[in-house]
Design a protein around this ligand. Sequence first.
Ligand SMILES: [Zn+2]
Length: 132
Amino acid sequence: MITKARKLAKELCANYDLTGPTGTKNWCWPRDTVCRFYTGDDPERCGYFEEAVLPTDPGLQIAYSSYFGAVKVSQSEQAGPGPVITNRRQCKCGKTFTRKSNRQLLCEECSRAEKKKKSRERKRRQRMKKAV
Ligand SMILES: [Zn+2]
């Protein structure tokens, strides 16, 4: 999906440039940084792209929506039985869950456990520092 989105951004996005002012590749002018789709393996959604570029490729629009969650569509397009857009994702524990944000990668239980683990580790490190 992202490969296609990148290609489309390169071809059609008005904000995109092959090289930025400092020679940085895949530049996004309004945001003054690298294009969201080129930041790595976990790209972020882009509002401008969704509005201006994505509608030109309905196939990609569907793939994009299932990757990032529903794309905002204008009233006229919402009428009728559009594609079913899911915002569900599978967690590492095998459970499927509904994402509340694009960054959410784990189900609620797992993310809570993960947080606990992290704060435990932090505390342990602090204790170790004190002991030295
Ligand atoms: Zn889980």
